[in-house]
Design a protein around this ligand. Structure first.
Ligand code: NAD
Ligand code: LMR
Length: 379
């Protein structure tokens, strides 16, 4: 019987640098068997390839967010201008033609760092050996649908995503869930991927964070870089809690800086909070479609900061609670985090006042309800 192992030494041509990713889509790649992947992982040359190319899977790449995100990943904005990337696009069968068009456009950009684009409608093939997975593809709410219907429909999608990641991605894969309802989709995917550490799963609340920072900067007439220690707690939904209790603007406590800029005392609770919480709906109303370029930008920033660090600065990420701030363990809850050395950590030891506690519990309760509504998908 012929052993179907990959043989890089034989495939490499003298004088030509060999990347394992060059095999993607070839028959040799298709024939390789999963148990042999373990052998490959143990080999030196495999490690070399890892150092050369980051493999990023994106689901829903033919959609609006995907169309904005892919080009920025390929240009080196996610992992730095010296890091080669390979993009593995996973779409639904009906969107494969559109996806091929996007892949053509990526090729036409001749990005020096782009080490191939692979298009498939099979998540198992798409997640094969990936380092990073950006789960954008998700079914939006249709006419007459209730939130519970959406949770259940996407529950099936994210169950399959979790299972495929568990089986085929690297165990070190870093997963970012963008598709709504992001926190609970992330909960489902993580719980269906028992062999991947739970801290490798995160839900994106960076768009909410950046929306808050943008509005504070506008109101006070300062640069966004002057705004520190703002954060989003809880769910990516209207119950989220945009918190300025410890936020500073130009080195001053945010509330004082806002007052000096002429904001009414009620601006924070009556205008700022609802505006951040409802910004998604406001964009849908104005644009006729949900936020896409800003969501792609937030996804890029989330994955980049997770990988490359936040330089001591605080950002917001939906991460698995292990009970910090008395939040129910296991929920994917947005916390203030810092990232360093490729890991996130929740900022601990913050003083939580009564108002904040109430807001944090409200959004936690919604996440508990969502978790209970999808219990059928949680093994
Ligand atoms: P879109 O409808 O333009 O594109 C979605 C794409 O996903 C489509 O091409 C569709 O074919 C694909 N898709 C659906 N199910 C899939 C599956 N099982 N596997 C692979 N591909 C699949 O939508 P969009 O504007 O790109 O938004 C995508 C998701 O992101 C939506 O759920 C949206 O609500 C969400 N979103 C989240 C945030 C956030 O802050 N977390 C912000 C904006 C949008
Ligand atoms: C957003 O926040 O822009 C998205 O989650 C879209 C939505 O449905 O609100």
């Amino acid at each position: 019987m012929i052993r179907r192992t990959l043989s890089p030494a034989k495939l490499a041509r003298p004088g030509v640098r060999f990347f394992r990713s060059d095999l993607v889509g070839t028959d040799t790649w298709r024939m390789h068997q999963k148990d042999q992947l373990a052998e490959l992982r143990a080999r030196d040359e495999y490690v070399d390839v890892k150092a050369s190319t980051v493999k990023v899977a994106v689901t829903g790449p033919a959609g609006a967010i995907g169309y904005s995100l892919l080009f920025r990943i390929a240009s080196g904005e996610m992992f730095g201008k010296r890091q080669r990337v390979q993009i593995r696009c996973i779409e639904l069968p009906f969107a494969m033609n559109a996806l091929r068009g996007v892949a053509m456009e990526l090729q036409d950009c001749a990005f020096p760092l782009l080490d191939g684009v692979y298009c498939t409608d099979d998540p198992e093939r798409g997640f094969e050996d990936v380092d990073v997975a950006l789960l954008v593809g998700s079914k939006p709410r249709g006419p007459g649908q209730e939130r519970g219907d959406l949770l259940r429909e996407n529950g099936a999608i994210f169950t399959n995503m979790g299972k495929a990641l568990n089986k085929f991605a690297r165990k070190s894969v870093k997963v970012t869930v963008v598709g709504n309802p992001a926190n609970t989709n992330c909960l489902i995917a993580a719980n269906n991927a028992p062999d991947i550490p739970i801290e490798n799963f995160t839900a994106m609340t960076r768009l909410d964070h950046d929306r808050g920072v943008g509005q504070l900067a506008k109101k006070t007439g300062t640069a966004v870089s002057d705004i520190k220690d703002f954060c989003i707690w809880g769910n990516h939904s209207p119950t989220m809690y945009p918190d300025i209790s410890r936020c500073t603007i130009g080195g001053r406590p945010a509330k004082g800086a806002l007052e000096s800029a002429g904001a009414e005392a009620s601006w924070y609770t009556e205008e700022f909070m609802p505006s951040v919480q409802q910004r998604g709906a406001a964009i849908i109303k104005a644009r006729g479609a949900s936020s896409a370029a800003s969501a792609g930008n937030a996804c890029l920033a989330h994955a980049r900061d997770w990988e490359l660090g936040t330089n001591g600065l605080v950002t917001s990420m939906g991460v698995p609670s292990s009970g910090q701030y008395d939040i129910t363990p296991g929920l994917f809850y947005s916390y203030p985090v810092r990232c360093d050395g490729g890991n996130w950590s929740v900022v601990e030891g913050l003083n939580i006042d009564d108002f904040s506690r109430q807001m944090m519990q409200k959004t936690e309760n919604e996440l508990i309800e969502e978790r209970d509504a999808v219990s059928a998908y949680l093994p």
